[in-house]
Design a protein around this ligand. Structure first.
Ligand code: GLC
Ligand code: CA
Length: 606
């Protein structure tokens, strides 16, 4: 090794066929082009001069830079969704076959967990090749075909992108281990573990330090997550450029954006927590500028598990990420339910700063990880553990590894109520696969696998997820009498008009009829009854009053609606009209865990 640079600084982009999508004037495509990616990229770049033209040429829906503000997102663990080739593992072919289901459900955007080549020691968040699809899931062509098929149904697709770290198996890291290698500086090395001592450890159940000794390298390498996930060194311009090229590669393949995994940790600086650093924000803004210049209607969704005041920095006046998850809100919805008290929700929303008009919160109840309790106080965490993790096996790191339905003791009213609260708030809801049918979890499986079991499609063998032998499945489907696939599955719930699935479907439909939920203003009401969570959403003439009783018992509430005097509340599902709003406080009674959504109409409205 001479130490001189022999590699080209950019990640090589292998030529591969990509299907270009034809103009979607009416109905399905009539023409398909097969072009090598570089040629296609060149064509798209030429078109970028006029972004409107680019948008029409590459999408089945109308160009709309703010589409994500009104979208319902659906998170999919590819491995667990549908197995198309009977090897026991979900894949793109299987997922493509299930697109009609998602389209029926009303999903606007699919979020895919990492689909890249990986040894899967962290569910694919340990990437060993950014430019390849994991061999279990198919090929890049399968991916492109899937995105095309989704777009034809008006569904957009974003995917996880892990910028912060790679797998130790990544070729970059393997090269970097050799002292003097041109890749050496792509990762963060140290001779001692004394550096960056102010950075917390995130995976407290498995890791004792953010440094791990590498005998080949003769040095410690830095990692914020598992020790098999070395952090990339973003101080190195080659890394910054290589990652931008990775993003371009997938955007060129038709992807509509990324969930930027673990994004607060890109840079390290001595004497800081190494989170949310100005350098990290500066790089993300560079990424945003590059994407805006080259592509239309794409979205960056930040996974920043931080306090609202820190998370809003990721919007930075609308010039950084388009979206960010609201992590602290999530545990507080569960806290409110258990305490019969709306205060936890009200308080965190009070602490949430306003965000730029071209950005949006991603709101969720559950996801593929443990229900994280990092953004709560110690007392609140103790409370959550005591109430929601009665079996120690349910705990993981600083969180609880359970799904939505079991967390709420499978209470239908409870599931409906938290879903209603989620859907009523300013932000775009993100559903986790299987929660729409009330799937359960398996706390006896390791790490977070218990919330990643096969999607339950039918009551048939392997839950209709795979035709493989049972023993070959990547994880066993749930088979217990309450949550097992014979009791809980899509097919049965489709047949039952009163099922949770049918209810969620109607709910999504309702939300989509009212852009006010995604784009309207939010105004909290302060009823004296602390068990009631009520607020008003407003977008022009569309005014929605949402009133939720988080308590188990029936409640009465008097709401100050003087600002709406003379208007008539119309319940949004059944369209029943309630008494006109007068000068006195407006009295409502709600069943335990009941809620009302009203549209406030002028008296003479139809
Ligand atoms: C994110 C992912 C999680 C993963 C971690 C490390 O928090 O959601 O699943 O383990 O990043 O990449
Ligand atoms: Ca398969």
């Amino acid at each position: 090794m001479t130490g001189t640079r022999t590699d080209p600084p950019r990640a090589p982009r292998p030529a591969r066929p990509v299907r270009a999508r034809a103009v979607p004037d009416s109905g399905p495509p009539t023409a398909e082009l097969i072009l090598p990616v570089d040629q296609l990229t060149a064509i798209r770049r030429e078109l970028t001069a006029d972004t409107t033209e680019l948008a029409t040429a590459s999408q089945w829906f109308e160009s709309d830079p703010l589409w994500f503000k009104r979208a319902v997102f659906y998170e999919i663990h590819l491995r667990g969704f549908a197995d198309g080739n009977a090897d026991g593992i979900g894949d793109f072919v299987g997922l493509t076959e299930r697109l009609d289901y998602l389209s029926w459900l009303g999903v606007d955007c699919i979020w895919l967990l990492p689909m890249y080549e990986s040894p899967l020691r962290d569910g694919g968040y340990d990437i060993s090749d950014y430019l390849r699809v994991h061999h279990d899931y198919g090929t890049v062509d399968d991916f492109v075909a899937f995105v095309d098929a989704a777009h034809q149904r008006g569904i957009r697709v974003i995917a996880d992108m892990v910028m912060n770290h790679t797998s130790i198996d990544h070729q970059w890291f393997q090269e970097a281990r050799t002292p003097g290698s041109p890749k050496r500086d792509w990762y963060v090395w140290s001779d001692t573990v004394e550096r960056y001592q102010d950075a917390r450890i995130i995976f407290v159940d498995t890791e004792t330090s953010n440094w791990t000794w590498d005998p080949v390298a003769g040095a410690y390498y830095w990692h914020r997550f598992f020790s098999h996930q070395p952090d990339l060194n973003y101080d190195n311009p080659e890394v910054r450029e290589a990652m931008l090229d990775v993003l371009r590669y997938w955007l060129d393949s038709g992807l509509d954006g990324f969930r930027l995994d673990a994004v607060p940790y890109l840079f390290e600086r001595e004497g800081t927590s190494c989170e949310n650093l100005p350098e990290t924000h500066a790089y993300l803004k560079d990424v945003r500028r590059a994407i805006d210049a080259e592509y239309a209607d794409r979205v960056l969704l930040a996974e920043a598990n931080q306090w609202p005041s820190d998370v809003v920095e990721y919007f930075d006046g609308g010039g950084e990420c388009h979206m960010a998850f609201h992590f602290p809100l999530m545990p507080r919805m569960f806290m409110a339910m258990r305490r019969d008290d709306a205060m936890p929700i009200i308080e965190i929303l009070d602490q949430t700063p306003a965000i730029p008009a071209n950005t949006q919160w991603g709101l969720f109840l559950r996801n593929h990880d443990e229900l994280t309790l990092e953004m709560v106080t110690d007392d609140e965490r103790d409370y959550m553990y005591a109430e929601y993790a009665k079996d120690p096996l349910m705990k993981l790191n600083l969180g609880i590894r359970r799904r939505l339905a079991p967390l709420l003791d499978n209470g239908r009213d409870e599931i409906e109520l938290v879903t209603a609260i989620l859907f009523s708030l300013p932000g775009s809801p993100v559903l986790y696969y299987g929660d729409e049918i009330g799937m359960g979890d398996n706390i006896y499986l390791g790490d977070r696998d218990g919330v990643r079991t096969p999607m339950q499609w039918t009551g048939d063998r392997n839950a209709g997820f795979s035709r493989a032998d049972f023993a070959r499945l990547y994880l066993p489907p749930l088979m217990d009498p309450v949550y097992g696939y014979q009791a809980v599955n899509v097919e049965a719930q489709l047949r039952t008009p009163t099922s949770l699935l049918r209810w969620v479907h109607r709910f999504i439909d309702m939300r989509k009829d009212h852009p006010v939920f995604g784009q309207g203003s939010y105004e909290a009401l302060r009823p004296s009854n602390p068990r009631i969570f009520a607020h008003v959403r407003r977008l022009d003439d569309d005014i929605v009053l949402a009133v939720h009783n988080v308590a188990r018992s029936a409640q009465a509430v008097e709401l100050d609606l003087s600002g709406f005097e003379g208007m008539v509340p119309e319940e949004m599902f059944g369209r029943a009209r309630f008494p006109r709003i007068g000068q006195l406080p407006y009295l409502l009674t709600l069943a335990g865990r009941g809620f009302f959504w009203f549209q406030l109409r002028k008296d003479d409205d139809d």
